[in-house]
Ligand binder design. Sequence first.
Ligand SMILES: *Cc1c(COP(=O)(O)O)cnc(C)c1O
Length: 409
Amino acid sequence: MTYLHCIGAACGATFDLHTPLMACPKCGELLEVIVDRPKADASELKREWSERRRSFAAVDTSGVWRFREALPQYAAEHVVTMREGNVPMVRAQRAAEFAGVTHLHFKHLGWNPTGCFKDLGMTTGMTEARYLGAKVVACASTGNTAASLAAYAARAGVVGRVYLPAGQVSMNKLAQALDFGAEIVEVQGSFDDALNTLLALPPEEVYFLNSVNPFRIEGQKTCMYEVMEERGWRAPEYLVVPGGNLGNSASFGKAFDELLRWGLIERAPKLIVVQAAGANPFARLWREREKNPDAVLKPLEPETRATAIRIGNPRSWRKALHGVESTGGMVIDVTDDEIGEAKAAIGRDGIGCEPASATTLAGLKKLREADLVDSDAEVVAMLTGHGLKDTAYILEQHGAGSQGQQEGH
Ligand SMILES: *Cc1c(COP(=O)(O)O)cnc(C)c1O
């Protein structure tokens, strides 16, 4: 049986899978989906998953639903999909030199339908919304979740509503949400204020699709299945990911637990989460826990030009912490200048990404310099968003005229 489970250590309450809950009604902690062990054994699953790449059926062409044995189950006609996932893993030469490592690959999640990884979770979240019969879906967003929600809501034929921090969202992302017909609500303050505004709404009226929604996490975890598959089910030594609200990091940790438990891999990569120095509550927590293992996350007022991770109160920190601790990973932070240099280095490999994504390379360079990562370690770094997601940043970085002076930063 597949069901919802409260992650609270002292709680552990369980709920029917299709209960529309964003937190445990008993203790307030986040919920997770516990997926029933797939019937097929590991080698059968691997064969089936890779054979689906030759199929043209919608659920098979999706890099998320291709792994559906590891997900909540739906009838194929209910699935809201746009061929998300199955994105390339590209070798990075100049970026590797920049960081001082020899084996570096970028898994480019920006090459998804709306240009970022949020699509991986939106296909599963929107499918659940439709299963529940939701008429209106909503999220708070620094931009990318809004663009993704807008697109998938349009495909599902439901109303999409997005809560954005006024003046802090890249124009390109706002344009996407408008293009796909979403209702836009601007909130004064930060992303955290926008999320609080949303979560205070009566849940009967809207279905929430932020990454506190456990169904989003299910879709997002599949990119780790994909990375392992591409590498012959051998984990790299390090897996590097930017950390904002920490939904993505949380989903990777969950994927590693499952892949190990179901015998699909023998060891997990060390999960490295990189935050922007001005929005680093998780990195601070990591440092504090060296002295005090019971420390909890302290929210802060976020400030960084990497707007996708301009978040001061990441909701999924407990889940993400589990992923980092269980794999022997690390959490670090990098400055906006370091992010800018790393982004330019990635660009010289012919690969575009948004500033938040470049934290991974900046973080890797920093760990190399501190000798915390070996130069010959195999590293897979996630690029979370497409280069065209924040063109104002790029133009400004290269001093290219007045277009670089737009609002949004
Ligand atoms: C959402 C987002 C992030 C942060 O992911 P979290 O799951 O919130 O930690 C990083 N980069 C990009 C491009 C994003 O859109």
